[in-house]
Design a protein around this ligand. Structure first.
Ligand SMILES: Cc1ncc(COP(=O)(O)OP(=O)(O)O)c(N)n1
Ligand SMILES: Cc1nc(C(=O)O)sc1CCOP(=O)(O)O
Length: 446
């Protein structure tokens, strides 16, 4: 019995790795599904343009589907760029031999504006492929092309989804909302005579390959046995994260980040383990004289580009405090457990992205002098210089202070201190690439 689930993509190759087969395979991997491919066309493409298209002979496309279906088995499949009518007919004829669910992304035009489906092939797509679809996933423009309607809002999208399903025989249709009016991206699913809406904020980010990755995520989750409604729900979450964390590469439309889905949880686990070990070591060192009145926190942030809010920074719940003659962590390591230090490290990372860990210790002139003697780069900020508009804005002091301290010197600081204010204890912050490096620096100050 085969334990791993398999998903097949029948699509074109994007040499820029952002869309097409490449996006589909990365998405399948993100969901732990073994990816199979039937390449329809090879494109010379980057984030700005498509400069060449070389279609694969239709019989070779069919043969790629046949060999993997018969040897390995396909749990779900999707189509992307089909390019011409002959490939469309060959794909339709071949997939009819199998009973896997088929997700059809009716790819027509690349983000860069280049046509990926010949004009004369749209009718073939409607006639041969859509009737076989478990789900069709058009965006606004593709749905307009398939229906001849103008689609501007959710109501138009509902009418279009129903029309495509009823006129082609597709079992379900989801009209994606990324290009519809409004602040939210609302996708409209029409399935079994009913509508379901999927909402997410329209996020700023990288959109090359969104359609491919979204349909691939649905396919992967169908392959894993999820219902259509649940597969779409997971795919919506996946694509929203992928857009907002896309790497800004190339000079045009940057690609969706499919790895964020697995990289963030994996990094969180690594951070949790490393920081927990470091906190235990800190307790063992027992630097009782370094614990300030308000307590110490010890933080470690997700790497760039995932560190955005305090929820992306791990810290000690309840801080680390003095209990008699001992230093003790009040709670365990959790993401979102720090406020002050989280804001400090997120600001520091804007200048030095690799420096993701920090600790706060009690201020004394003696410790600052010792840090300088040990060869540390030391900087500071003075709350008396804080502009009134910063003072009045909740949570703005620390980001302002860290930025001032970083810009004060033309070297990366190891240590930043401030002398406090009315009702605000002075503090020393030590920065490092990871908690181990922070502890190594701290040891030199004891
Ligand atoms: C080979 C290939 N297939 C599909 C596309 C479409 O991707 P993109 O331009 O990013 O548009 P959506 O994925 O958002 O529909 C492509 N460019 N190349
Ligand atoms: C209360 C406080 N102020 C600091 C400063 O740098 O001014 S560090 C600090 C303690 C840590 O706080 P948290 O648990 O919110 O990260």
């Amino acid at each position: 019995m085969r334990l791993v689930r398999t998903a097949l993509t029948i699509a074109g190759s994007d040499s820029g790795g952002g869309a097409g087969i490449e996006a589909d395979l990365k998405t399948f991997t993100a969901f732990g599904v073994h990816g199979l491919v039937a390449i329809t066309s090879v494109t010379a493409q980057n984030t700005q343009t498509v400069t060449a298209i070389h279609d694969i002979p239709p019989e070779v496309v069919s043969e790629q589907i046949r060999v993997v279906a018969e040897d390995i088995g396909v749990d779900a499949a999707k189509t992307g760029m089909l390019s011409n009518a002959e490939i469309i007919k060959a794909v339709a004829k071949t997939v009819k031999n199998y009973d896997f669910p088929l997700v059809v992304d009716p790819v027509m035009i690349a983000k860069s504006g280049a046509p990926l489906l010949r004009e004369d092939a749209v009718d073939a797509l409607i006639k041969y492929i859509l009737p076989l679809a478990t789900l069709v996933t058009p965006n606004r423009f593709e749905a307009e092309k398939l229906t001849g309607m103008e689609i501007r809002n959710v109501n138009d999208a509902k009418l279009a989804a129903k029309k495509i399903a009823e006129e082609t025989g597709a079992k379900a249709v989801i009209v994606k909302g990324g290009h519809l009016e409004g602040k939210e991206a609302i996708d409209v699913l029409y399935h079994n005579g009913a509508y379901k809406l999927y909402r997410a904020p329209k996020v700023d980010g990288c959109t090359h390959g969104t359609g491919c990755s979204f349909s691939a995520a649905i396919t992967a989750n169908l392959a894993k046995g999820l219902s259509l409604e649940d597969a779409v729900s997971v795919a919506k979450e996946f694509i929203t994260l992928g857009i907002s964390t896309g790497h800004k590469i190339g000079h045009g439309h940057c690609p969706v980040n499919q790895s964020a889905w697995i990289e963030i949880p994996a990094e969180k686990w690594r951070i949790y383990e490393e920081l927990t070990r470091a906190v235990r070591e800190f307790e063992r060192i027992n630097p009782i004289k370094l614990i300030p009145e308000v307590g110490t926190n010890f933080v470690y942030a997700l790497p760039f580009p995932y560190a955005r809010t305090k929820e992306d920074v791990a810290g000690v719940k309840g801080r680390i405090v003095r209990v008699g003659n001992e230093v003790r962590a009040v709670g365990s390591v959790e993401f979102g457990a720090s406020d002050h230090l989280a804001r400090a490290i997120l600001t520091f990372m804007r200048f030095y992205p690799k420096y993701r860990s920090a600790i706060n210790v009690r201020y004394s002139e003696e410790i600052v002098e010792l840090a300088k003697e040990q060869g540390f780069t030391v900087s500071f900020y003075d709350r008396r210089e804080e502009p009134i508009e910063v003072k009045e804005k909740e949570g703005a002091t620390i980001p302002w202070g860290i930025e001032v301290a970083v810009k004060r010197i033309n070297k990366r600081p190891d240590v930043i201190y401030h002398l406090g204010d009315i009702g605000k204890e002075p503090m020393i912050l030590i920065f490092g690439r990871n908690p181990r490096e922070v502890l190594d620096k701290l040891r030199l100050l004891i």
